[in-house]
Design a protein around this ligand. Structure first.
Ligand SMILES: [Zn+2]
Length: 281
C-alpha cells in the first residue's frame, strides 16, 4: 500500500539526510559588512573607522561561502597598494569561484591598503607613512595603518583556517617570483605551513623563522601564524606592472591551494621541485 502523504515523507527524508550529514550545510559567514549564507557569493566592504589622521575608509572584499563544509581560506592582496598582479588575480579568481561547488569558504580581500592604492604610494599609507606589513596585528584606535591591520586581523585572519598573503615587487622593486615559508618552532603548524608552501607550486621558497615569543607579529602572514593558522607570503610581479604571466602564475598557485585543501575538485599541478633558500644576506 502506498503511503498517502508522500510530499511530507520526502521532506522528512531530506531533513533526516541533512541532520545525518552535516557536511552538506556550511554555516553563515559574516566578514565586515558582508553576510553570506551557504551557496552564496557576495561583495562588500570592511569599514575602518576614522581617526585623527584620516577619514573612515572601506576595504573591498568578496566572500564565497560554499554549499558544503570545509576550511575557510583567506586571500589578502594590496597590503602594498602599488602591487597590482595579486589585486588583478583576485578579481579574476572571484569570477571563477562557484559557491555551489566549493567546500568551505573563501574570503578575498581585494585591496587591504586602499589609501596607498588610490594615491599610488609604494610601501606606505599616505596618511601616517607606516608600512602595512609591519604593524600586524594592529591597534583598534591606532593610526590608520594600525587601524586597517586591526580590522583585517579581527574580521579576516581570526575567521580563517589558512591564509595566503599575496604580494609582488613594489613599484620600485624588480623582483623574481618566490614565496616565504616561515618556521615558528611549532612542529604541527610548521608541517601544515610547509605543505601550503609546496602546494602553491613556486620554484623558489625562502625559509625564514619567526619567534612567537616576540608576541608582535609585524607581518600579516605572521599574525595568522601566531594564531596557529598556516600562512605564507607570496611574491609574484614587479615594478608596478600588470604582466599577464604574473597574474596567471598567482591564479595557478591559488587554484593549487584550493585543490590541495579539497575545496575544489582536482589535484595541485606542481611544475617544479622547489629550491629552498635558508641563508639570506
Ligand atoms: Zn608587498
Amino acid at each position: 500500500m502506498m503511503p498517502k502523504n508522500i510530499p511530507l515523507l520526502i521532506i522528512l527524508f531530506l531533513f533526516v539526510l541533512l541532520i545525518a550529514n552535516p557536511a552538506l550545510c556550511q554555516e553563515m559567514l559574516t566578514v565586515g559588512g558582508v553576510t553570506c549564507s551557504s551557496g552564496e557569493l557576495k561583495s562588500g566592504f570592511i569599514n575602518v573607522p576614522a581617526g585623527s589622521d584620516g577619514p573612515e575608509i572601506r576595504i573591498p572584499i568578496t566572500v564565497v561561502n560554499g554549499n558544503k563544509k570545509g576550511p575557510v581560506l583567506a586571500l589578502t592582496a594590496g597590503i602594498h597598494g602599488y602591487e597590482y598582479p595579486p589585486i588583478l588575480a583576485l578579481q579574476r579568481l572571484k569570477e571563477q569561484l562557484d559557491p555551489i561547488k566549493i567546500n568551505g569558504a573563501v574570503i578575498l580581500v581585494h585591496v587591504v591598503n586602499i589609501p596607498s592604492f588610490l594615491k599610488r604610494t609604494i610601501y606606505y599609507n599616505p596618511h601616517d607613512w607606516k608600512n602595512q606589513n609591519r604593524v600586524f596585528p594592529g591597534i583598534i584606535d591606532g593610526t590608520m595603518t594600525e587601524r586597517i591591520a586591526f580590522q583585517i586581523t579581527d574580521q579576516v585572519l581570526k575567521q580563517c583556517d589558512y591564509h595566503l598573503d599575496l604580494h609582488c615587487g613594489d613599484g620600485n622593486e624588480d623582483l623574481m617570483t618566490y614565496l616565504y615559508y616561515t618556521e615558528t618552532g611549532n612542529p604541527e603548524l610548521d608541517n601544515k605551513t610547509m605543505a601550503l608552501a609546496i602546494n602553491f607550486g613556486f620554484k623558489t621558497i625562502i625559509h625564514v623563522t619567526a619567534d612567537p615569543k616576540v608576541q608582535k607579529a609585524s607581518m600579516c602572514a605572521n599574525a595568522s601564524l601566531f594564531m596557529g593558522k598556516p600562512a605564507i607570503t607570496v611574491e609574484c610581479g614587479k615594478l608596478g606592472r600588470t604582466d599577464e604571466q604574473d597574474i596567471v602564475t598567482i591564479l595557478h598557485g591559488c587554484s593549487n591551494i584550493l585543490k590541495y585543501l579539497k575545496m575544489i575538485d582536482g589535484k595541485p599541478n606542481l611544475l617544479f621541485d622547489p629550491i629552498w633558500i635558508k641563508k639570506t644576506t
